[in-house]
Design a protein around this ligand. Structure first.
Ligand SMILES: Nc1ncnc2c1ncn2[C@@H]1O[C@H](COP(=O)(O)OP(=O)(O)OP(=O)(O)O)[C@@H](O)[C@H]1O
Ligand SMILES: O=P(O)(O)OC[C@H]1O[C@H](OP(=O)(O)OP(=O)(O)O)[C@H](O)[C@@H]1O
Ligand SMILES: [Mg+2]
Length: 325
């Protein structure tokens, strides 16, 4: 089937959903759920050869790992938990900038002498010696926990699989400690738990990911090229401002120096008649403006951009390189 459409997986619920829909819409890729919010298939308005699958964040992770979808947005925590070879199976394309959360090891705040993983190892040894049982860890991040504990030399523990409300497990007597995701820390605090000093297992956020396992038909590739061009254009537009200035002399060296000092690019080439157009990272705008005025510019205009298309389509180039490599 060389004409199978591209499948884009987008969170159907939960905290990532709204942000993900907005992320595509702002890049000129409005997702449409034709039969209302309960329809789990959709389309991208104006993009042929693509379908949208609305799935839970954890289903998106497993679908990307297995290659039943081509592109998707989900949390890195879920991807790393679902497969131990994520970097071989997937291509991480972009971080859209939402869904930050850490996967952490947290213990009862009352354990005042337990500050780090080495102390936790002592607790495990103590429990075995004095109570004849292993340390019990409540989590849904079973694989991440196994890897992290092994790297810290903790071997005598038992995982209590938890599907939800993990933070309540120690108080309920179901476990001694937990591994879970946290953003504000409010849930941990409410359950009298504290994060170990070296207990941050993973700093996660939402990621746009391509599956290298999927069947990349010609139709799917064409759709991906279009989607990634628009996402790349929107991402570039968010990262830079466009700066116009007229300098007293036509001096190609100015763009070179602006690149060195401020990371600016001259997307339309060398200045003509002294008119310089630069794209500069947001954080460097004021420094660049001052510098241009010192070089003799009488006015410097700065504009936000909606889209900056790059004929090289860098996101697509990265994907093609992996698909063909
Ligand atoms: N404070 C947070 N707590 C949990 N997850 C968060 C938080 N902030 C961001 N996330 C991200 O959102 C992902 C999905 O969590 P969310 O709560 O949106 O979905 P869910 O509906 O609970 O999904 P599931 O039913 O599969 O657990 C997390 O795996 C993580 O990547
Ligand atoms: O550090 P905080 O900002 O307090 O956020 C962390 C909490 O949020 C998530 O639960 P969620 O509300 O998604 O419920 P769930 O367990 O049903 O997914 C997560 O599982 C934590 O319990
Ligand atoms: Mg949740």
């Amino acid at each position: 089937m060389t004409d199978a459409p591209l499948l884009l997986a987008v969170p159907s619920k939960g905290r990532l959903q709204e942000n993900a829909m907005g992320f595509f819409a702002r890049a000129g890729l409005p997702l449409v759920q034709s039969r209302g919010a309960r329809d789990y298939r959709g389309a991208i308005a104006g993009v042929a050869g693509a379908e949208v699958a609305f799935l839970s964040a954890s289903e998106i992770a497993s679908s990307l790992g297995q290659g039943t979808v081509h592109l998707g947005i989900t949390g890195e925590d879920l991807l790393r938990e679902d497969m131990d070879d994520a970097d071989a199976r997937l291509l991480f394309l972009e971080k859209p900038g939402f869904g930050p959360a850490n996967v952490v090891v947290a213990v009862p705040a009352a354990w005042i002498d337990v500050r780090d993983m080495a102390d936790l190892d002592d607790v495990a040894t103590h429990l075995r010696a004095k109570r004849g049982r292993p340390l019990r860890v409540a989590t849904k991040y079973v694989n991440l926990t196994r890897g992290f504990f092994a790297r810290h030399g903790i071997v005598d523990y038992r995982i209590v699989e938890s599907a939800g409300a993990t933070e309540g497990a120690p108080a309920a007597g179901a476990a001694d400690i937990i591994v879970d995701i946290t953003t504000t820390g409010a849930t941990l605090a409410a359950n009298a738990l504290k994060i170990l000093d070296d207990g941050i297992m993973l700093k996660s956020e939402a990621n746009l990911v391509a599956s290298l396992q999927a069947d990349w038909s010609q139709t799917a590739r064409e759709a991906a090229r279009t989607i990634l061009a628009r996402l790349g254009a929107a991402a570039r537009a968010r990262a830079v401002k466009e700066v116009h200035a007229r300098l007293p002399i036509d001096d190609g060296a100015v763009s070179v120096e602006a690149a060195d000092r401020f990371g600016a690019t001259a997307p339309f080439g060398a200045p003509e008649g002294g008119l310089l157009v630069l794209h500069v990272p947001n954080a460097q705008v004021y420094a660049l403006a001052d510098w241009l005025m010192n070089k003799g510019a009488e006015a410097v205009s700065v504009a936000a951009l909606d889209e900056v298309f790059d004929a090289r389509n860098p996101l697509w180039q990265r994907l093609v390189a992996r698909l063909n490599g």
